[in-house]
Design a binder for this molecule. Structure first.
Ligand code: ZN
Ligand code: ZN
Length: 329
């Protein structure tokens, strides 16, 4: 069993416990309320959702700009940025840590990507590894490197209220088809202990002769909830699932000062509970029941142990996404 907080911190935690324990108690009350609120909201949204007029795409191609794994010459990072191309246009999902870390600009430049070449930007949710860094998250303001700023504003579809300077901001309220013929599930919520009430949208594309491709950012609402929504929006079979599924079980990315932050923050559990193999196995069962042909796993919000377990137990072909790589579905 790995320590999520190094024993070197324990004496300090023990000394500060008279302050920390009441604080955690108050946080926990709020967390429980947020969980109830998120579940009620999601149930209502799923119930109200009706079939979407999803265009049948001739092709869908994904080029990964930011991921934990990276091809030679590309930089890996604990963020996400995925560029989708279809016969109807181009759409960028998320901007990793934006200008605050080198990966997004370095990889975009190497791939000759500029925001002007995209028809729209979609931000899955308002967390630092998807919207452009810690300051972006704190200020609720999407941030990209200035060299990549669009010359004239293109739409930026957000799952919750926030700013995106240089973009035509549109707040997504419900499932809808976006430029490029790819649709959003609309916001789906999750109560997170430290990160609070979090709205996240996932993408759905319908490919001719194959079925649906579903892509997430962090996957906070859980893939179970996302797939329930997808089932309301289309009767097509799910051909592929991809993106973050958030299973930092034995470890996480971006560990600092002896603390495995991802295993504590954003897990959907209180900090004193871990995500377990049995949690992961439930998700694997759900995915296997959905029976996609391919699962494209993100390494950015998970551990190698969970990636390995998914690769072994999923009935689909599993591919670990890598920055610099292009995938066709
Ligand atoms: Zn993430
Ligand atoms: Zn997140």
């Amino acid at each position: 069993m790995t320590y999520r907080i190094s024993p070197l911190w324990w004496p300090l935690l023990a000394i500060s416990s008279p302050g920390i324990v009441p604080w955690l108690y108050v946080k926990n009350q709020k967390f429980k309320n947020n969980q109830i609120k998120a579940e009620a909201k999601n149930n209502k949204r799923i119930k109200q959702a009706t079939l979407l007029d999803l265009p049948e795409l001739d092709f869908l191609e994904l080029t990964v700009l930011v991921e934990w794994s990276a091809n030679k010459g590309f930089l890996g990072d604990a963020g996400v940025s995925y560029l989708f191309k279809t016969n109807k246009g181009t759409l960028l999902l998320d901007v990793g840590f934006g200008p605050t870390r080198p990966a997004f600009y370095h990889n975009a430049d190497k791939l000759k990507f500029h925001m002007d070449t995209a028809d729209a930007l979609v931000i899955s949710h308002l967390h630092c590894d998807h919207m452009g860094g810690m300051a972006a998250q704190r200020n609720r303001q999407v941030s990209i490197p200035k060299q990549l700023m669009p010359l004239s504003p293109i739409p930026c579809f957000l799952p919750d209220t926030a700013q995106a300077p240089g973009f035509d901001v549109q707040i997504i309220k419900k499932p809808e088809v976006l430029p490029s013929g790819i649709a959003t599930t609309g916001p789906l919520a999750r109560g997170l202990f430290f990160l609070g009430f979090t709205e996240e949208q996932a993408l759905i594309a319908r490919i001719k002769g194959k079925g649906l491709v579903v892509f997430t950012g962090c996957g906070h609402p859980t893939i179970e909830v996302i797939l329930k929504m997808v089932g309301q929006l289309s009767n097509e079979p799910v051909h592929a699932i991809g993106g973050g599924l958030h299973f930092p079980i034995s470890d996480g990315r971006g560990n600092r000062m002896g603390i495995r932050f991802q295993t504590i923050i954003g897990t959907g559990k209180p900090p004193w509970q871990r995500i377990t193999d049995s949690d992961l196995d439930k998700t694997i069962t759900t995915i296997n029941k959905t029976a996609p042909k391919q699962v494209f796993l993100s390494g950015h919000d998970i551990c190698d142990h969970a990636l390995d377990r998914m690769t072994r137990k999923l009935n689909a072909d599993t591919i670990i996404l890598s920055a610099g790589e292009t995938y066709t579905f």
